[in-house]
Design a protein around this ligand. Structure first.
Ligand code: C2E
Ligand code: CA
Ligand code: CA
Length: 557
């Protein structure tokens, strides 16, 4: 039995709903007053799915009637966890029945808003309707990523074990550029034919994006997948000939077991993609099997990633920022800091970023976390800036964040809302951003630079395109990677390199910063190399906010 909502609460509901609707961009908005279990849903959703009304009591139960039988249990559990207070949000995919009785694929994200006493007040979210054309890819006839997730949901609900393999072609854009799109399409056709011949009887194939395919199989073992994959690679280089031309395709692959059903399919997919990137970046294309290695606390990586993804949806609970001082090399004073992410929960302890960032950095969920990081850093450092107006805060941004159309407006809004001066913010980007279209990256940089935001190129010297990025973007700061400092006292070449980077920085009108300085000797040498700033354990480890502020005050007074 639910109580009838008061007129005052209903008017608040309407106002809040309106606020969310303004920013919902092409999704259906729903807002639930959790105290009365009374909701308002978007008129489009009511129309499309034939719901009783825009205003509904117990809308969750009504909506559940529209959800595909195979997806119902997941949905039900998630809503139950939200209403019982176990979870503060959800991020899921399911099929929902429309007014014609057809199922459309929907992704649904929602968050709980708390009242002043910290108890659940509103549940707000949006549902994106991906439509009917959901699961078929017209070029290959395979199902796409939605189809794959539907299949995974079924496996999960039945707890059936299987193995999953991702196979893709790298640098396919160059094939299109060199030979034209028609030729590119022919290559994909031929590739699909080879994939079909090999795997037709072994499982189901999906085209998950561009030139990336997934095989889901309950018959092939991981070892068999590895053998098949290697022979497929040979076959592609021998047989993939079109009109007498042999495009030189670079094939990459990863695989893993599906055997733990408490881990969300999205978390698992992230790990598969991460393993794929290892095949691409470090293994020269040999199949990389996701190794669910455990850390010293015997937490498996998959379990960790699953828990971290959940934390992100739960209002980034458990995440915090540490601040590592950056010193002026000439004066020795503390002039800025780099914000560094940490994750700590009672169950997992303090988890260092290297254990999880490389995996979730490419996950769409990272976008939400990235925004949290920026806002948190600006909010924490605003009082610092009020006292020390020359203070600079460095915040790392990842590839997935930059890829979002809304990145620039997100940064501007965060600056506006926190009142932080753009000139005191420096965004660190890494070499990985070369994967982004350079014209786009340049546009992002010049747009934010026009309001004063600074840019640093991080880990300079570790990849072959550092120079390229520097040339194109003319970053204000060049951060020399720690690997050059490690041997600076033993190997004179490293010192020379740092000197060269310092002069390079002069030419570009930038500043060179070295990271990872641990000893007095290293510090002396890098100063002689002419760098502008220094960051490293020699001065300080990354510190929690209060300790950082103490350090700053004692350095400045
Ligand atoms: P990074 O951006 O290159 O950050 C510098 C890392 O070097 C930090 O590790 C810092 O603690 C460590 N470091 C600094 N001085 C020394 C030293 O003297 N000796 C040694 N051994 N290490 C030193 P941390 O905090 O573990 O972060 C590792 C990486 O995780 C970062 O490398 C960055 O790539 C990523 N990361 C951390 N926070 C964020 C974040 O907020 N967003 C993103 N996108 N990535 C982050
Ligand atoms: Ca950094
Ligand atoms: Ca770095």
């Amino acid at each position: 039995m639910t109580n009838t909502i008061s007129a005052k609460r209903k008017s608040t509901l309407d106002k809040l709903y309106h606020a969310f609707e303004v920013v919902s961009e092409g999704s259906y908005v729903y807002l639930c007053d959790m105290k009365y279990d009374f909701s308002k849903w978007s008129a489009e959703a009511v129309q499309y799915f034939d719901l009783p009304s825009e205003y509904m009591y117990q809308a969750g139960d009504i909506w559940e009637q529209h959800i595909h039988p195979d997806d119902k249990e997941n949905y039900h559990q998630s809503i139950a966890d939200i209403f019982s207070g176990t979870d503060k949000g959800h991020d899921m995919q399911y099929r929902a029945r429309d007014r014609m009785g057809r199922y459309v694929v929907c992704t649904c994200r929602g968050t709980v808003l708390l009242d002043a006493d910290g108890s659940p007040d509103y549940f707000v979210g949006c549902i994106r309707n991906h439509g009917l054309v959901n699961s078929m890819d017209s070029l290959t006839g395979f199902q796409n990523q939605f189809g794959l997730f539907e299949h995974l949901n079924v496996l999960y609900s039945k707890q059936s074990k299987a193995n999953i393999m991702m196979i893709g072609v790298g640098h396919f854009a160059t094939v299109n550029e060199m030979w034209g799109y028609d030729f590119g399409n022919l290559v994909i056709h031929k590739l699909v034919q080879l994939l079909k011949e090999r795997f037709r009887n072994e499982g189901v194939l999906y085209r998950v994006s561009g030139v990336k395919f997934v095989l889901l199989s309950s018959s092939l073992s991981l070892d068999e997948m590895k053998i098949s994959y290697e022979s497929l690679r040979e076959e592609i280089s021998e047989k993939l000939v079109i009109d007498g031309y042999r495009p030189n395709l670079r094939i990459y692959g990863s695989a893993m077991e599906i055997k733990e059903f408490q881990i969300s399919p999205q978390a698992m997919f992230s790990c598969l993609e991460y393993a794929y990137n290892i095949s691409k970046e470090r293994k020269n294309g040999s199949l990389h099997i996701f190794n669910d290695e455990a850390d010293e606390n015997r937490t498996s990586l998959l379990t960790l990633i699953n828990a971290i993804r959940k934390s992100i949806v739960n209002d980034c609970q458990g995440f915090m920022l540490y601040y590592q001082p950056i010193m002026n090399a000439k004066t020795g004073t503390l002039y800025g800091a780099e914000a560094l992410l940490r994750w700590q929960t009672p169950a997992y302890g303090l988890v260092p970023p290297n254990r999880f960032i490389p995996i979730i950095e490419n996950d769409p969920a990272f976008v939400q976390l990235g925004e949290w990081i920026l806002r948190k850093a600006l909010t924490d450092m605003k009082p610092v800036l009020d006292t020390y107006p020359d203070f600079e805060i460095n915040v790392n941004v990842s590839f997935e964040q930059l890829r979002q159309d809304s990145f620039v407006s997100m940064v501007k809004q965060a600056l506006d809302e926190t009142g932080f001066s753009p000139r005191n913010l420096c965004l660190e980007i890494t070499e990985r951003c070369r994967l982004l279209d350079m014209t786009r990256l340049s546009a992002i940089v010049s747009d934010l630079r026009s309001i004063g935001v600074l840019f640093a190129i991080d880990d300079f010297g570790t990849g072959y395109s550092s120079m390229d990025i520097l040339n194109q973007l003319k970053c204000e700061v060049i951060k020399v990677d720690k690997s050059f400092i490690d041997n600076v006292a033993k190997d004179a070449n490293n010192a020379k390199l740092i000197t060269v980077v310092s002069s390079l920085a002069d030419i570009y009108g930038s500043k060179a910063c070295v990271e990872g300085v641990e000893t007095e000797e290293q510090c002396r040498i890098v100063k002689e190399c002419g760098v502008s700033s220094i960051q490293g354990y020699y001065y300080s480890r990354p510190l929690p906010l209060n300790e950082f502020i103490e350090k700053l005050q004692s350095s400045r007074n």
